[in-house]
Ligand binder design. Structure first.
Ligand code: E4P
Length: 218
């Protein structure tokens, strides 16, 4: 399973990029709005200069025509820009058109198997089931990922699952076990994934035991 970061914050992206584990970035209008005084297209351009991978930028138009025009403009920023399109009837029309033009799309706000089946049939390169938001309403977000993975595997579809709306490290490991191709992970969760008290204690003990050991260069 590959890892994307779910943020529009440049410092967070730069930090995790240095870890060497990032394959892409997802943004959404709320994440962009959290970054004060920025211009949407400039943020996306900057992200493409930091991460060499799929960078999802979301359209906000409501009609297919608006989404297609926005999608073309966003994709013109860089070939790695993937157009995030909401799961609506107009969104499906836009996905079909954009994919036909060679522009990759990520169908977002997926909450059911049937929505994903429609997105796959429209030609979406990615589908984004929102795990955390499903859990919030008492549904099982991970189960949706498992069902989608099994359908995609069974029929040999090319569409990739991006496990989205990840809230904690357990979601990441569950998404991997459920067969997600990608998990898009918030910065805080990346940091939580690193940490284990036994690792900290182990390092402390190794360093203590090693004190006073002779080295070639002093
Ligand atoms: C997906 O690409 C979205 O940006 C994101 O994962 C939404 O998650 P949220 O439920 O934490 O807002």
């Amino acid at each position: 399973m590959k890892l994307f970061i779910d943020t529009a914050n440049i410092e967070e992206i730069k930090d995790v990029e240095r870890w060497g584990v990032l394959s892409g970035v997802t943004t959404n209008p709320s994440l962009i709005a959290k970054e004060k005084d920025v211009v949407f297209e400039e943020v996306i351009r900057e992200i493409t200069s930091i991460v060499d991978g799929a960078i999802s930028a979301e359209v906000t138009g409501e009609t297919a025509e608006e989404m297609i025009a926005e999608g073309r403009a966003l994709h013109s920023i860089h070939e790695n820009v993937v157009i995030k399109v909401p799961m609506t009837k107009e969104g499906l029309i836009a996905i079909r058109e954009l994919e036909g033009e060679g522009i990759a799309t990520n169908c977002t706000l997926i909450f059911s198997v049937n929505q994903a089946i429609l997105a796959i049939q429209s030609g979406a390169s990615y589908v984004s089931p929102f795990i955390g938001r499903l859990d919030d309403i008492g549904s099982d977000g991970i189960e949706l990922v498992r069902e989608l993975a099994s359908i995609i595997e069974h029929y040999g579809y090319d569409t990739k699952i991006i496990a989205a709306s990840i809230r904690h490290p357990l979601h990441v490991q569950q998404a991997a076990l459920a067969g997600a191709h990608i998990a898009t992970v918030p910065y805080k969760v990346f940091q939580q994934m690193l940490a284990h008290p036994l690792t900290d204690r182990g390092i402390e003990q190794f360093n203590k035991d090693f004190e006073g050991t002779k080295r070639i260069n002093g």
